[in-house]
Design a protein around this ligand. Structure first.
Ligand SMILES: Nc1nc2c(ncn2[C@@H]2O[C@H](COP(=O)(O)OP(=O)(O)OP(=O)(O)O)[C@@H](O)[C@H]2O)c(=O)[nH]1
Ligand SMILES: [Mg+2]
Length: 209
């Protein structure tokens, strides 16, 4: 029996996409690369890391943590542990983490956790990536669901929750509002290219549209 090729073999630039379930990670990768990943109607569609390879560029679609319909809490913890282990084991080779959040529901979810006296997983993960020395871009997705008149205010509140000072404009290299639904990903694409450029990998620009 032939083994499947290992898509991580010989990768020269590795980007992981992490975030809560249903925030649009797979949709973003799909729109950035044109590669059709499964996009879920129901949360919890991606249950193990899915690798996409373009030349020596490796993109990894991580399973989403948090709420999953029909999935028990215990299993959700396992998913979270898996993500943390994956990042720990691959920290050396990860060049960039795109952390995706749902800009429309992020603040509600965070407030709910804080009221219970818990640190929201999103914030825990953001801090963990920074502690591991991994370069992070925060993609605030589903901006199409936010009234444009309050968008700046919502983004200011989001960066503050992540321990950054507002206004969010101060963090334009890190915080990028996007909408995968409206295929409005230009700013994210240019942020990713900027990181590739810093790594002297302009040759990879062609894979990100
Ligand atoms: N309104 C809106 N919906 C979006 C956007 N991006 C994705 N969606 C929808 O959100 C749902 C989840 O998208 P996915 O790309 O599967 O999300 P995911 O983060 O990969 O989810 P998991 O694999 O469960 O972790 C789908 O129904 C998408 O069509 C967006 O920018 N705006
Ligand atoms: Mg997915």
């Amino acid at each position: 029996m032939q083994n499947k090729p290992d898509l991580t073999d010989g990768a020269g630039f590795h980007i992981i996409f992490v975030g809560r379930s249903n925030v649009g990670k797979s949709s973003i990768i799909r729109n950035l690369t044109g590669i059709k990943l499964r996009v879920g109607k129901r949360p919890g569609v991606t249950l193990k890391p899915i690798h996409v390879r373009l030349g020596d560029l490796l993109l990894t679609d991580m399973p989403g943590f948090g709420f999953m319909s029909g999935v028990k809490e215990r299993k959700q913890d396992i998913v979270k542990d898996k993500i943390v282990h994956y990042i720990e084991n691959n920290a050396e080779s990860i060049d960039l983490a795109v952390m995706v959040i749902d800009g429309h529901s992020f603040l509600d979810i965070v407030t709910r956790w804080e009221k219970r006296g818990e640190i929201p997983v999103d914030i825990e993960l953001f801090n963990f990536l920074n502690e591991m020395g991994i370069s992070v871009i925060l993609a605030v997705n589903k901006m199409d669901k936010i009234d444009q008149f309050i968008a700046d205010n919502v983004l200011d509140n989001i960066v503050e929750k992540l321990g950054l000072s507002s206004p969010w404009h101060l963090w334009q290299e890190i915080v990028v509002p996007v909408s995968a639904k409206q295929n409005d990903l230009k700013k994210l694409a240019s942020c990713i290219r900027q990181r590739m450029h810093r790594a002297r990998r302009d040759d990879l620009f062609k894979y990100i549209r």
